[in-house]
Write a protein that binds this ligand. Structure first.
Ligand SMILES: NC(=O)c1ccc[n+]([C@@H]2O[C@H](COP(=O)([O-])OP(=O)(O)OC[C@H]3O[C@@H](n4cnc5c(N)ncnc54)[C@H](OP(=O)(O)O)[C@@H]3O)[C@@H](O)[C@H]2O)c1
Length: 332
């Protein structure tokens, strides 16, 4: 039977994942957020999906990260999440932080991708309908569009805030110089950029160069996506590719070809460090992202309740010795 009641708020929050302020804003983000890119579409197990949202919510994971094109087929993650919102979480809306994005390909024709005002506004209207929501908490430009003036893209985001359809705005995967410009324009529009969402994990550390310092300088928060490199930073591929894993699915974004012998050797060595710390590799990889003070939250994508619980338990040890950091750094 499906669960319909949740742990009382006082327990949900007294024993929760903990919160960080998002940049200089007054908005608190749970240290672990849940992303619905994979595992929540029509091709996935709907019962497990609901159980993951329930487990997350019961542990104070208040932030759910979506985009218009998440799920297979596109839009199905928002649609399925919307069903759960309506049937199970409607009375908890004010305890939830829901984000969505537009920027990648979503529908056919000239208005279904990139950064035009036409696309961003039409897409948010569609997302709100699919999710059964009056507003989203964060609306992102999902990628920089080199063919649309940044004033137009940012203007559309700002207008969504002014119309009450989004409370905050963010950007994702913007080149550093464009992020800087976006921060300026959004500030001038009176809707400061809340957050920058980019890839960050032990294997992908480019944001440390400029993106993180620039966000900090501008009071913008940072949230890391793919903190487990889509599952590569776990012990699951150490003995081959399991049938139910992302690398095995034809519709997943992780390609078998990414699991080269060199990468496998690094994973194996990282796994040894994790074991010495008394953690799983997935737990160590999440803790490693969170030990960086500019990282306000990590967005995990899990395919089971067991994985989500494993990830929540990462928070039991998020400190590293200099030696551990050096050894991990050598394998990145
Ligand atoms: N802004 C952007 O452009 C962008 C891009 C990518 C992602 N995102 C956001 O970030 C979220 C997370 O991205 P992601 O799914 O790539 O994150 P991830 O956490 O790096 O990878 C998730 C995958 O890792 C595996 N996994 C998770 N926990 C595990 C555990 N404890 N033990 C073993 N394996 C574990 C699962 O693989 P299996 O499925 O094989 O079990 C899961 O599907 C997305 O849902 C989305 O919200 C945003």
């Amino acid at each position: 039977m499906t669960k319909t009641t949740y742990i009382a708020a006082k327990d949900r929050y007294s024993n929760s994942v903990g919160y960080n302020y998002c940049g200089n804003s007054g908005l608190k983000l749970p240290r672990i957020s849940l992303g619905l890119w994979h595992n929540f579409g029509d091709v996935d197990d709907a019962n497990e999906a609901l159980k993951m949202i329930e487990l997350a919510f019961d542990h104070g994971i208040t932030h759910f990260d979506l985009a218009n094109n998440y799920g297979t087929p596109y839009g199905s993650a928002e649609k399925n999440f919307g069903k759960m919102m309506k049937e199970h979480f409607a009375s908890y809306r004010d305890e939830m932080l829901i984000s969505t994005k537009a920027g990648h390909d979503m529908w056919e024709g000239p208005y279904g991708e990139w950064g035009s005002r036409k696309y961003l506004i039409a897409s948010l209207h569609q997302s709100l309908k699919r999710m059964n929501l009056d507003y989203v908490d964060i609306y992102y430009s999902h990628r920089f569009d080199p063919n649309t003036p940044l004033e137009e893209t940012m203007g559309a985001l700002s207008d969504m805030v002014k119309q009450g359809k989004a409370l905050y705005v963010g950007i994702s995967k913007y080149p550093e110089d464009k992020a800087k410009e976006a921060y300026r324009i959004l500030h001038e529009n009176g809707t400061p950029c809340l957050i920058n969402q980019d890839k960050y994990n032990i294997f992908t550390r480019q944001v440390e160069q400029n993106v993180l310092p620039l966000a900090q300088e501008n009071g913008v928060g940072f949230i890391a996506f793919s903190p487990l490199a889509q599952g590569m930073l776990s012990d699951k591929y150490l003995n081959g590719i399991p049938d139910n894993s992302r690398a095995a699915h034809s519709y997943g974004f992780l390609q078998k070809s990414q699991l080269t012998p060199e990468v496998m050797e690094k994973i194996s060595k990282l796994n040894e460090i994790a074991i010495q710390r008394g953690q799983t590799l997935a737990q160590m990889a999440l803790a490693w992202c969170l030990h960086k003070p500019q990282v306000n939250s990590v967005i995990v994508g899990t395919s089971s309740v067991k994985q989500l619980q494993d990830n929540i338990d990462a928070l039991k040890n998020v400190s590293f010795t200099d030696d551990e950091l050096w050894r991990i750094g050598e394998l990145g």
